[in-house]
Design a protein around this ligand. Structure first.
Ligand SMILES: Nc1ncnc2c1ncn2[C@@H]1O[C@H](COP(=O)(O)OP(=O)(O)OP(=O)(O)O)[C@@H](O)[C@H]1O
Ligand SMILES: [Mg+2]
Length: 244
């Protein structure tokens, strides 16, 4: 039994069917990439899994439990963290206050809360240096680190990341991908939504390709990266060939 089992999800916005039967699995300790073009339904898939959108049909099982109709805060408490598209941090609060909010379930255990913050600071030394800085004054990359760090405060079994590299300079993109590998090394499985398919498939174990609400391909990440259809549509295969 996989840690996360998504079966035949159908999600609508009004009469528009954004997910037309999405199924995918994430095993413990795995990095699984979900790639696809703009509007394919990647964000909708993550939001439905996390209880932020309601599926009209299909099921989501996590750690052996049916969470299809569970409220979002319960899903977080079960160990499924979600870092949304566009880093929703609280810009008027400090780095440390943002982390404390991520660990709100531990609010009556200050010693444990501090321990978790220190673990996050060990992964993100840049956040440690800026712990009393207002989050709104952090750089884009630092805000992304804070969004990820906040989700790690409850030591999730699975972390769903929506476009963590969006808008970051190439060096920071590498940093973020390195951190995702570190998160997995510490025992958290990762469901990674990325437009940066090449780098996502490089660190992932397996991957799924989503097109207009349907999974059209799934395989080991290395096989997907070598697949001519994936190369042409998502890895800039033509551009690369022309550059040689
Ligand atoms: N709140 C909403 N109301 C109506 N339609 C929506 C809403 N959110 C998404 N959609 C539509 O659902 C489809 C899937 O959108 P989604 O945001 O899941 O795509 P995505 O793969 O994450 O795209 P991107 O790469 O641009 O982030 C799109 O056609 C989009 O226009
Ligand atoms: Mg999206």
């Amino acid at each position: 039994m996989a840690l996360l089992e998504v079966r035949d999800l159908h999600t609508f916005y009004g009469s528009v069917e954004a997910l037309k039967g999405v199924s995918l699995d994430v095993d413990e300790g795995e990095i699984v990439a979900l790639i696809g073009s703009n509007g394919a339904g990647k964000t909708t898939t993550l939001r439905t899994i996390s209880g932020l959108e309601r599926a009209r049909a299909g099921t989501v099982r996590f750690a052996g439990r049916d969470i299809t109709r569970a409220p979002a805060h319960e899903i977080v408490a079960l160990g499924l963290g979600h870092v949304p598209e566009g880093r929703r941090i609280f810009s008027g609060l400090t780095v440390e206050e943002n982390l404390n909010l991520g660990g709100y379930l531990l609010r009556r255990q200050p010693a444990l809360l501090k321990e978790r913050r220190d673990e996050v600071y060990a992964i993100f030394p840049r956040l440690a240096e800026r712990r009393h800085q207002l989050a709104g004054t952090l750089s884009g990359g630092e805000q992304q680190m804070l969004a990820i760090g906040r989700a790690l405060m409850l030591q999730p079994k699975l972390l769903a990341l929506d476009e963590p590299s969006m808008g970051l300079a190439p060096m920071l993109v590498r940093t973020i991908f390195g951190i995702i590998q570190e998160i997995r090394r510490r025992g958290t499985a990762v469901l990674l939504v990325e437009q940066n398919a090449r780098q996502a498939l490089r660190i992932a174990d397996r991957g799924y390709v989503l097109e207009t609400g349907r999974i059209v391909l799934s395989d080991d990440a290395a096989k997907l990266a070598a697949d001519p259809r994936v190369r042409a549509a998502y890895l800039g295969g033509h551009v690369e060939a022309a550059a040689r």
